[in-house]
Design a protein around this ligand. Structure first.
Ligand SMILES: [Zn+2]
Length: 283
């Protein structure tokens, strides 16, 4: 199971008082055993979701290919990269069973009909010929049960529900080669940051990490192998609205992670974990 956080910098690069500083009994030990990866790739500007997630999904330097940090949505160049080299595409071609376990609401599909603008994760799964909202799996809303609108209070799932969902997902994971969850809600909360940070933003960010912790607790209790990543910093610093230059976590439940230094290496590490040969380098 690959949990791809969006916009959560590593605790080592978070300011004092960040949402990382609370009791997260499954999440913190996992992240602390993992690596802190560079997301800037030596290019000026704030890392973005389009290029950042392409690095994770393909193991290729999407920032170098684009010449800049680009996003949030992949344009033609990144879409071409994802169509050729993304993990779901390569795994499907190799005959593996892979699924995106996000739940997409009807409003998402209505918005796509008006203007198709998929993020890197749903784009890659569609490029692999795989459905969004796959049947036979417990699907997970990216907010993990919080309201999508401020003040982002508990709405659809209690903390116990999130734990139960994690356990159910972990049981299903045995029948799949790779399950992926795109948790973009952290980036939405990060963009609500400002100085001084409103109390409701701080509370929502803390609450969200507690929910990630509960999901992870459920997954681990069912024996699933879990990898956790993030594309760039944002929510770890709620004093600013924008993405940050913070390093990002790569962590695995079954091993300490020490080799990878950047999100590109992180993507290569993921490919190797998934059992794929090293891909040809693009352009
Ligand atoms: Zn992002």
């Amino acid at each position: 199971m690959w949990i791809a956080l969006d916009g959560v910098g590593h605790p080592l690069d978070a300011p004092a008082g960040s949402a990382w500083e609370q009791d997260l009994p499954a999440l913190r030990p996992l992240v602390d055993r993992g690596a802190a990866l560079d997301a800037t790739l030596g290019i000026a500007g704030q890392p973005q979701s389009g290029t950042g997630q392409c690095c994770w999904l393909t193991g290729q330097d999407a920032v170098r290919i684009m010449g800049e940090h680009f996003g949030p949505h992949p344009g033609p160049t990144l879409q071409r990269l994802l169509t050729r080299h993304s993990l779901p595409v390569r795994l499907t071609q190799a005959g593996a069973r892979v699924a995106l376990t996000n739940h997409y609401a009807p409003a998402f599909f209505e918005a796509q009909r008006r203007r198709a603008r998929l993020g890197c994760f749903p784009f890659s799964f569609q490029a692999a010929g795989l459905p969004l909202n796959p049947s036979g799996l417990p699907l997970v809303s990216a907010s993990l049960g919080l309201d999508y609108r401020a003040p982002w209070l508990e709405q659809t799932l209690s903390l116990t529900d999130v734990l139960t969902l994690g356990t159910a997902l972990g049981r299903c994971a045995r029948d799949w080669d790779l399950l992926v969850l795109d948790l973009w809600f952290s980036d939405l909360l990060g963009h609500a940051g400002r100085d001084p940070t409103p109390g409701e933003v701080t509370r929502a960010a803390r609450s969200y990490l507690v929910r990630v912790d509960a999901l992870l607790t459920g997954l681990l209790s069912s024996g699933a192998e879990v990898v956790l990543s993030s594309d760039h910093g944002n929510m770890e610093n709620l004093r600013v609205k924008a993405h940050t230059l913070a390093r990002v976590p790569l962590a695995a439940s079954f091993t300490a992670v020490s080799g990878p230094g950047t999100v590109v290496h992180g993507g290569q590490w993921l490919s190797a974990w998934a059992g794929l040969p090293e891909a040809d380098r693009e352009g």
